[in-house]
Design a binder for this molecule. Structure first.
Ligand SMILES: [Mg+2]
Length: 222
């Protein structure tokens, strides 16, 4: 394996469930949404379970919400309401923000690369304070291409003033989008476990319980 000096000092981070607690934010949204319609726990549980099962993107998810509950609004209207609210419901822990700041002070270029609608993802990045402590970010929504496509990582690196060809690190919780994608883009990877065993074939060099621990691991390679 290459030594840390040859890897370069670029660190890219996934957003949802890596830098911010997207799962907890969604649970807050589901509680609010159910309450605002006079619904109870059954409906809230349906929203949480459907979110877990959802693989087709948010428009499809809100199409299912609309159908299940016979809502008058269109799926697009429901999705727009969600995107305008979610940025206020996710949090980036202060220790993670401090870690990103320290990593940059140690000479690293730090960026965010995230799949999702641009308005939702960029507002999350700004309102959580992440935007103020990173060199750059990109979203799949603005580019029209998604992780694990290597081009997304290349754009993120460029926005950080770094060159993907010089290597670096990708930190994320998704085995395919973040870890396999990061590896295919020529990056070393840190898989965020959240206590999960590593799926077979996930090619991560390092594992960390959360982003704060991952930042500490990278900082030791400065
Ligand atoms: Mg994620």
């Amino acid at each position: 394996m290459e030594g840390p000096r040859s890897v370069g000092r670029l660190a890219l981070f996934d957003l949802d469930d890596t830098l911010v607690d997207r799962g907890r934010g969604f649970a807050r949204w589901a509680r609010e949404f159910a309450l605002s319609r006079g619904w109870g726990e059954r409906e809230e549980r349906w929203l949480l379970a459907s979110d877990q099962e959802s693989t087709g993107g948010r428009r499809e998810f809100f199409g299912r919400v609309r159908e299940e509950f016979g809502l008058a609004e269109s799926a697009d209207e429901l999705w727009a309401g969600y995107r305008s609210r979610m940025p206020d419901l996710v949090v980036c822990p202060p220790e993670t923000l401090n870690g990103l700041t320290a990593l940059r002070r140690a000479g690293w270029r730090v960026g965010v690369v995230t799949n999702g609608a641009h308005d939702n993802q960029s507002a999350k990045i700004e309102r959580t304070g992440i935007g103020a402590v990173v060199d750059g970010f990109c979203t799949s929504g603005e580019l029209g291409i998604r992780k694990p496509d290597a081009r997304v990582f290349r754009v993120a690196a460029e926005r950080c003033g770094a060159d993907l060809a010089r290597g670096g690190w990708m930190v994320g919780d998704h085995p395919t989008d973040d870890i396999a994608g990061g590896r295919a883009a020529g990056l070393h990877t840190v898989w965020i476990t959240h206590g999960r065993p590593r799926p077979a074939g996930t090619p991560a060099e390092l594992e960390a319980a959360d982003a704060t621990e991952a930042i500490a691991l990278l900082g030791r390679r400065s």
